[in-house]
Design a protein around this ligand. Structure first.
Ligand code: HSE
Length: 300
């Protein structure tokens, strides 16, 4: 058989929830086409949209490596598979690009094998892919890429994934400034220790954000999306981060922050028009300082 699977881009952290919160957007996303072949083992016959940056070697590509781990766990390494990967979003953007591909690959093999186990069981394999991509197996991109919507990683050990509701009328404006911020490095520069008073501020905000999601309270969501732990450090890697925030807020954004480890930034807006005005204005600003960008507007 052959299967086509799409998995979406994701915004990890959602500003205050470092490594524990994430949500999926409708677009962009990646597509995996997987075929069963007669020859045992995995091949990658084609990758598009990556400017030649991703390895075709199945031992080095996060998609095939995670699929291989999955096959080992279900005792099906006898199977032959060919993978095509079509990247429909930029790599290294902070939009969960590697996660989308990996989740699409795992969902494809699960479906091809008729495995009807709970999809949450795919996450440890997807997290292995994350570990390979950036040195750490966080779940705040892979879990929302798999389930869609907002997701809380309540615990890593044991893994406890909670799907959260969200207001319907919430739009997400995403701007990807074309600068290089590798996740691996963006993780190395953050503080290892924090003060109790900072922890108090942060967990108040996380609880406020989660409450706002349940209560459909967009004001509460907006005022809770503050990060005093990670953003002050990572924002230095993003051109005119604070200027972009000011511009987005002036245009009526509910909130503004870094998507995952950056360099993408995102804003929540109450309507699609506002979200488009934000992406346009920020793109113009980046162009004026000679930085190219991609923009996306999506519901959640
Ligand atoms: N939570 C991860 C980080 C997401 O902030 O490093 C990476 O996309």
């Amino acid at each position: 058989g052959t299967i086509h699977v799409f998995a979406p881009a994701t915004v990890a952290n959602v500003v205050c929830g470092f490594d524990v919160l994430g949500f999926a957007v409708n677009e962009p996303g990646d597509e995996v086409i997987m075929r069963v072949t007669n020859k045992p083992g995995i091949t990658i016959s084609k990758i598009t949209g990556d400017d030649g940056r991703l390895p075709l070697d199945p031992a080095k590509n996060t998609v095939s490596v995670s699929v291989q781990h999955y096959l080992q766990s279900v005792g099906r390494t006898d199977i032959g598979l060919d993978i095509e990967l079509h990247k429909k979003m930029p790599i290294g953007s902070g939009l969960g690009s590697s996660s989308a591909s990996t989740v699409a690959g795992l969902f494809a093999i699960k479906t091809l094998l008729g495995d009807d186990a709970d999809p949450v069981n795919l996450l440890p394999f997807a997290m292995k892919g994350e570990e390979m991509a950036c040195g750490h197996g966080h779940a705040d991109n892979v879990a929302p890429a798999l389930f869609g919507g907002f997701v809380l990683v309540r615990s890593y050990e044991p893994l406890d994934i909670i799907r959260l509701p969200h207001p319907k009328d919430l739009y997400c404006a995403i701007i990807f400034p074309d600068v290089d911020v590798p996740t691996r490095e963006a993780r190395q520069i953050i503080r290892k220790n924090i003060q109790m008073k900072d922890a108090v501020t942060q967990w108040g905000n996380i609880a406020g954000l989660v409450s706002g999601l349940f209560m459909n309270d967009i004001d509460l969501i907006g005022r809770s999306m503050k990060d005093i732990l990670v953003e002050p450090v990572r924002s230095m890697l993003i051109p005119d981060f604070y200027k972009m925030r000011e511009m987005a807020m002036e245009l009526g954004a509910v909130s503004f922050g870094i998507s995952g480890s950056g360099p993408s930034v995102f804003a929540f807006a109450r309507d699609e028009g506002t979200a488009h005005r934000i992406t346009q204005k920020l793109q113009q600003h980046l162009t004026a300082i000679n930085i190219g960008s991609n923009t996306y507007v999506s519901t959640i």
